[in-house]
Ligand binder design. Structure first.
Ligand SMILES: NC(=O)c1ccc[n+]([C@@H]2O[C@H](COP(=O)([O-])OP(=O)(O)OC[C@H]3O[C@@H](n4cnc5c(N)ncnc54)[C@H](O)[C@@H]3O)[C@@H](O)[C@H]2O)c1
Length: 351
């Protein structure tokens, strides 16, 4: 059964349509459209979108995080400007988080901001990146360094599109799903544990429910803290550890969601050492992630190097490591004063 929910942001509110076949509801209301996609997704799903929008122009980008750059955003902007697209034109982002972030960024700056629709094609994009309005591109000095907050006018999460997603990409999206449960929804955690088989087989009814519940959680957090002044940072559970792991192992070795899965277990272990979560809770999180084909232990990284990499993460404020931890499982907190000795103990145990 299809479901719709609303992200409540006053004038910038928008619906998220979720379900198998949700794409059939795509309607650009006769506005001029530019569909932004990549050369992997275009052969699979562009014909379906063009069926609904036969007059739309298409900007097909090369696939990959390495193309999430200002140059690539410039290509989209050139096409909009050269094609005489106006202030009331519409960008349709058809792809995973990379396409959503670049296309959203182009939409945020063209004519000082035009509307865009997100049609996420990865599970990660459905439960995370397409909702919340963070757009941007990478710079050699940092990931997502250049960007803007710009909310879409609509998100269409059609679960049929996940059928072609490679298994590792799919599992990486499940890591973000588990993240929502671990940070704020124990009932969701129970439910995920009881649906492992359906999750592994990509059952569309179960996925509709999963995407709905994750988007609901994200929508609530974004509505309360659109510009990440406070509680939106809870969404970074596992990310400071994860970024350090991604950097140490070389970008591209582990997918982001895989690094986040390992990072969540490390955050849980540290929470346990602080007396905030139990060993059973750490084991529970680890076993759910393993059941979903996700890694749960870091590659060997010397603890000193690990800490240095964590300190480079942008979540460092006034030289203190700010970490999202569990107090207990199902309730994330931001902690700014974790004793370094306890962190080191935890890293030693993981190494
Ligand atoms: N804006 C945000 O709030 C936010 C949040 C989290 C992550 N992100 C960003 O999202 C990006 C990662 O997104 P992602 O994990 O979706 O990766 P991605 O966009 O690179 O997609 C992963 C791979 O799967 C392919 N693919 C996508 N959909 C497919 C489908 N249905 N069938 C077959 N192949 C398909 C893509 O072409 C790509 O090769 C990163 O750049 C990250 O910074 C943004």
């Amino acid at each position: 059964m299809n479901r719709t929910l609303h992200v409540d942001l006053g004038e910038r509110s928008y619906p998220i349509h979720i379900g198998a076949g949700a794409l059939n509801g795509l309607d650009a209301q006769n506005r001029r459209c530019l569909i932004v996609t990549n050369d992997t997704i275009a052969p699979l799903y562009l014909p379906r979108v063009l069926e609904a929008l036969p007059d739309a122009a298409v900007c097909e980008l090369p696939d990959g995080e390495s193309f999430k750059t200002l140059d690539t955003a410039g290509r989209i902007l050139d096409q909009l400007a050269d094609g005489g697209f106006h202030r009331d034109s519409l960008i349709i982002a058809l792809g995973g988080g990379v396409i959503g972030d670049i296309a959203g960024f182009a939409a945020s700056v063209y004519h000082r901001g035009i509307d865009f629709i997100q049609i996420p094609t990865t599970l990660l994009a459905m439960v995370d990146s397409s909702v919340g309005g963070k757009t941007g591109v990478n710079h050699q000095a940092g990931k997502n360094l250049i960007g803007a907050f710009h909310q879409p006018v609509q998100v269409i999460a059609d679960l049929d599109l996940l059928a072609t997603l490679p298994p590792r990409e799919y599992a990486a999206g499940l890591a973000e799903v588990v993240k929502y449960a671990a940070l704020g929804d124990l009932q969701l955690l129970d439910w995920l544990e009881s649906r492992v088989a359906e999750l592994r087989s990509r059952d569309t009814d179960v996925l509709t429910e999963v995407v709905y519940r994750c988007c609901l959680a994200k929508a609530k957090i974004v509505a309360a803290d659109e510009r990440e002044q406070g509680q939106r940072a809870l969404l970074n559970l596992g990310h400071t550890f994860g970024h350090a792991i991604e950097t140490a192992s070389g970008y591209g070795t582990l997918l982001h969601g895989e690094a986040v899965a390992i990072g969540m277990v490390m955050a849980a272990d540290l929470s346990c050492r602080l007396g905030w979560a139990s060993a059973e809770e750490v084991a529970r999180l680890r076993s759910l992630l393993s059941a979903l084909s996700l890694p749960t232990s870091p590659p060997p990284i010397p603890p000193d190097e690990f800490i240095a990499l964590m300190q480079r993460d942008k979540k460092v404020l006034n030289n203190r490591l700010r970490l999202v931890l569990l107090r207990p499982l199902g309730h994330a907190v931001i902690s700014a004063d974790v004793p370094l000795d306890t962190l080191r103990e935890s890293l030693d145990a993981a190494a």
